[in-house]
Design a binder for this molecule. Structure first.
Ligand SMILES: Cc1ncc(COP(=O)(O)O)c(C=O)c1O
Length: 390
C-alpha cells in the first residue's frame, strides 16, 4: 500500500469484511442495509505513522505482554504540552484500557454508591451509563441551545444542579453538541464546582481535533481528572488504550486502586505501540486530516443550506460529528427513523444522548467526500419523505 494511497483522503476504502462495528455491525444495529454514518470512527486510513509502527513491531513474531506504559505516558504528556500548551506530569498519569473503562472506573473511585453524579446533556451515552450502571444517582442538566444553534452551559441553573452533587462528568470538547468550551467558560465552571466541593472528570478524547484553542481542564483545576487517548484523532479506536491524569495525590491513589480492582489498568501492545507513534510523530498527519475534515464540514454546511432548509445545523468546533436538528420537520422520532431506514442511512439517534436529544440525529462526516455526498443525497431524500412538497 503506497503512502500516496493512504494520503488520498478522497479514496473510498471498502471496510466490509474487516470486522468493523460501523460497517459490518450496521445491519444488526439498524435492521437494514444502510450507509453507516454513525459510530465515531473515520472511513479514512489510520495515520501512516501508526501503521508503520505496528508493521515494525509485527516483524518480531512474539506478541507477549508489553512493557511500554512509561513510554506511552511520556509520549502523551509531551504531546499535550506541545499541542495544547499544558501537559500533565508523567507521575500524575496512569494507563487505562480505554477512555470509557477509565470513565466508569473514575465514577467508582471518586464516589460511593448512591452519590449524585452530574452531567450536561445531550452527551456521549456512556456518560449516562457510567453513573447508572455503577449504582450512582444520575443528575442531568440540559445545555442551553440558542437561536444560532450554539450550545451553552445554563449558568442560572448550574448552582442548583451542583448542590448535593459529588462529581461532574464533563465532555470537553463536548460530543455531540460540537462545542469546544472556552477557557472563560471552563474557569467559570471550575469556580462554581469548587464552590460546591464538586470534583470534575474531564473526557478530552476529542481535543486533538479541535478547531479552536482547547484548554485542558487540569490547567485550571489541578485536582481535576483528565481522560485522553489517541483513538479518535488518529483513527485507531479499535486498538484501545488511554491515559488518565490526576494532579491530586488522594484522587490519583483512589483512581489507581480502582483501575487495579477492575483490572483496566492495561492497554494492548498494538494500542501502546500505535499510541506512542501517533503522539510522537503524528502531528503533521493530524493537521492534514483536520484540514480535510474542515472541507467536509463546509461541504456539509453548504449542502444543507442549499437543499435542506428544514434542517438546522451549525458546523462543529471540532472533529467530524455533526449534530443535526430535525425538529422543524415536525415529525416524531419514529417517523424520522422510518424515513432514514427507507433511504438507507445509519445515523445516531439523538434521544440516546439523554435529555435534549430528541428530534436530533448525529452524523459522522469523517469519511471521503464522495461518501459524504452520497450520505447527503440520502439525507435529502429522507427529509423529502418527512416533509413532502405542498
Ligand atoms: C467523548 C468520548 N469519550 C470516549 C469515547 C471512546 O473512548 P474509548 O474508545 O477509548 O473507550 C468516545 C467515542 O466516541 C467519545 O466520543
Amino acid at each position: 500500500m503506497s503512502v500516496d494511497a493512504l494520503d488520498d483522503f478522497d479514496r473510498i476504502w471498502d471496510r466490509h469484511g474487516t470486522g468493523s462495528l460501523k460497517w459490518d455491525g450496521a445491519k444488526a444495529r439498524f435492521g437494514a442495509e444502510v450507509l453507516p454514518m454513525w459510530v465515531a470512527d473515520m472511513d479514512l486510513p489510520t495515520a501512516p505513522v501508526v501503521l508503520e509502527a505496528l508493521r515494525r513491531r509485527l516483524q518480531h513474531p512474539i506478541l507477549g505482554y508489553p512493557w511500554l506504559d512509561h513510554e506511552y505516558r511520556m509520549a502523551a504528556c509531551q504531546w499535550m504540552a506541545q499541542r495544547h500548551g499544558w501537559g500533565p506530569e508523567v507521575g500524575h498519569t496512569q494507563v487505562a484500557s480505554g477512555v470509557v473503562p477509565a470513565l466508569f472506573a473514575a465514577v467508582r473511585a471518586l464516589t460511593a454508591p448512591g452519590d449524585t453524579v452530574l452531567t450536561l446533556t445531550p452527551v456521549y451515552p456512556p456518560f449516562l451509563q457510567a453513573v447508572r450502571s455503577n449504582g450512582r444517582a444520575l443528575r442531568t442538566l440540559t445545555l442551553e441551545y440558542d437561536a444560532e444553534g450554539v450550545y451553552r452551559i445554563p449558568w442560572e441553573q448550574l448552582d442548583d444542579a451542583l448542590a448535593g452533587t459529588r462529581l461532574l462528568l464533563l465532555c470537553s470538547p463536548h460530543n455531540p453538541v460540537g462545542r469546544v468550551w472556552t477557557s472563560e467558560e471552563l474557569s467559570r465552571l471550575v469556580a462554581r464546582c469548587r464552590g460546591h466541593g464538586v470534583r470534575v472528570v474531564s473526557d478530552e478524547i476529542h481535543a486533538d481535533l479541535s478547531e479552536l484553542p482547547h484548554t485542558p481542564l487540569p490547567a485550571l483545576m489541578p485536582e481535576a481528572v483528565l481522560l485522553s487517548a489517541p483513538g479518535k484523532a488518529f483513527n485507531m479506536a479499535g486498538l484501545g488504550g488511554a491515559v488518565i491524569a490526576c494532579g491530586d495525590a488522594e484522587g490519583y491513589r483512589l483512581l489507581r486502586e480502582e483501575l487495579e480492582r477492575s483490572q483496566c489498568q492495561h492497554a494492548t501492545t498494538p494500542g501502546l505501540v500505535g499510541g506512542i507513534a501517533a503522539w510522537r510523530d503524528g502531528a503533521q498527519w493530524l493537521d492534514r486530516v483536520r484540514a480535510y475534515l474542515r472541507g467536509n464540514a463546509l461541504a456539509l454546511a453548504q449542502r444543507i443550506a442549499r437543499d435542506m432548509p428544514a434542517l438546522a445545523f451549525r458546523p462543529p468546533e471540532f472533529g467530524y460529528l455533526a449534530w443535526l436538528d430535525l425538529r422543524r420537520c415536525g415529525q416524531d422520532d419514529q417517523r424520522i427513523d422510518a424515513a432514514l431506514r427507507e433511504v438507507g442511512l445509519g445515523l445516531n439517534a439523538g434521544a440516546d444522548f439523554g435529555p435534549g436529544g430528541t428530534g436530533f440525529r448525529r452524523l459522522n462526516f469523517g469519511c471521503p467526500r464522495p461518501l459524504l455526498e452520497a450520505g447527503l443525497d440520502r439525507l435529502q431524500r429522507a427529509l423529502a419523505l418527512l416533509s413532502p412538497p405542498a
